[in-house]
Design a protein around this ligand. Structure first.
Ligand code: NAD
Length: 248
C-alpha cells in the first residue's frame, strides 16, 4: 500500500513538471467499460482465436463469420469509464497533447479527449471495399443481425468492411507518422492498459525514452516494457489514474 502511494506521488511529480505529455492506451483502459481485452486474464484470446477472426486473411475468406463475431460482441452500448474521463481531464489541464490509442472503440472521444490518434482505426465507421462509400457501423451491424450477412454496399454490391485495422493490414501512415512525431517531442508518456505486445505501438514508449522523456506505466499485470518506465503501477486504471489527476 505504501508502495502504491509512493508511486502515485512520483507520477504526480513527473506530470507537474511535464509540458508536452502524451498517452498511449490499449484495450486494458476499456475493460472497465465492459469491453474485453485480448491478452489480460479475462481476455478474448482465452475464448476465441482472436488473431484468426481479427485478421484480414480470415475476413477475405469468410466475411460473414467475421461480421457475425462483430455483431455478437455488442461494442456499441459501452460508455467511457473513470480512466477515459481522467485522460480527458489531463488534456483540459494542459498536460496531454495527444492520446495515441490502439483501441478501436471510440471511448476516448466520447469521454471528451479531442486529439485521439487511432493507430488501429475505428469500429465506429465502415466502408465499401469497391466504391469506398461510408457507413455507420451500428447500422451495418443491425443489417447483419437481421440476417443480411455478409453486408453488401447498396450502391455497388461491394463487400463492406469496418474501418478497423485487422491483423495483416498496414497501419494508417499519416496517423502513425503523427504519433511518432508526438513521441519524439514528448517529455512524458503515460502508458495505460497495453500488454505492449503489438508493434509498432509497442515501440512508441522506447521512442519517448530515447528522446529523453519520462515513461509512467499503469497496467493490471507486468508488461514487456516495465523495465523502461520510471514509474510502474500494477493496478486498475480506473482506480489509479483519477487519483493521479486529482492530485495535480
Ligand atoms: P492487450 O489485450 O494485449 O493487453 C491489455 C492489457 O491491459 C493486459 O496486460 C491487461 O492485464 C491489462 N488490463 C486489463 N484491464 C485493465 C485495467 N482495468 N486496468 C489496468 N490494466 C488492465 O491489449 P493491447 O495491448 O491494446 O493489444 C490488443 C489489440 O487488440 C490492440 O491492437 C487493439 O487494437 C485490439 N483491441 C481493442 C479493443 C478496444 O478497442 N477496446 C479491445 C480488444 C482488442
Amino acid at each position: 500500500m505504501e508502495e502504491l502511494e509512493e508511486s502515485i506521488r512520483a507520477a504526480v511529480a513527473l506530470l507537474r513538471e511535464s509540458r508536452r505529455g502524451v498517452a498511449l492506451t490499449g484495450a486494458g483502459i476499456s475493460t472497465e467499460s465492459g469491453i474485453p481485452d485480448f491478452r489480460g486474464p479475462q481476455g478474448l484470446w482465452k475464448q476465441v482465436d482472436a488473431m484468426k477472426v481479427a485478421s484480414i486473411e480470415f475476413f477475405q475468406r469468410n466475411p460473414a463469420e467475421h461480421w457475425r463475431f462483430a455483431a455478437e460482441r455488442k461494442f456499441t452500448g459501452a460508455a467511457p469509464n473513470a480512466g477515459h474521463r481522467a485522460l480527458a481531464d489531463l488534456e483540459r489541464k494542459g498536460k496531454l497533447r495527444a492520446v495515441i490509442t490502439q483501441n478501436v472503440d471510440g471511448l476516448h472521444q466520447q469521454a471528451g479527449s479531442t486529439r485521439v490518434l487511432e493507430l488501429h482505426g475505428t469500429t465506429r465507421t465502415s466502408h465499401c471495399l469497391e466504391c469506398g462509400m461510408k457507413f455507420q457501423t451500428p447500422d451495418v451491424l443491425e443489417r447483419v443481425r437481421r440476417g443480411e450477412n455478409p453486408p453488401l454496399c447498396p450502391k455497388c454490391e461491394g463487400l463492406i468492411k469496418s474501418d478497423t485495422v485487422l491483423f495483416g493490414e498496414l497501419l494508417p501512415r499519416e496517423v502513425l507518422e503523427e504519433a511518432m512525431a508526438e513521441c519524439q517531442r514528448a517529455d512524458l508518456m503515460l502508458v495505460l492498459g497495453s500488454s505492449l505486445a503489438v508493434h509498432p505501438a509497442a515501440g512508441l514508449p522506447d521512442v519517448v525514452a530515447e528522446h529523453g522523456g519520462h515513461v509512467i506505466l499503469i497496467n493490471a499485470e507486468a508488461t514487456e516494457k516495465d523495465w523502461l518506465a520510471e514509474v510502474v503501477i500494477h493496478g486498475k486504471i480506473g482506480d489509479v489514474l483519477p487519483r493521479i489527476t486529482e492530485s495535480l
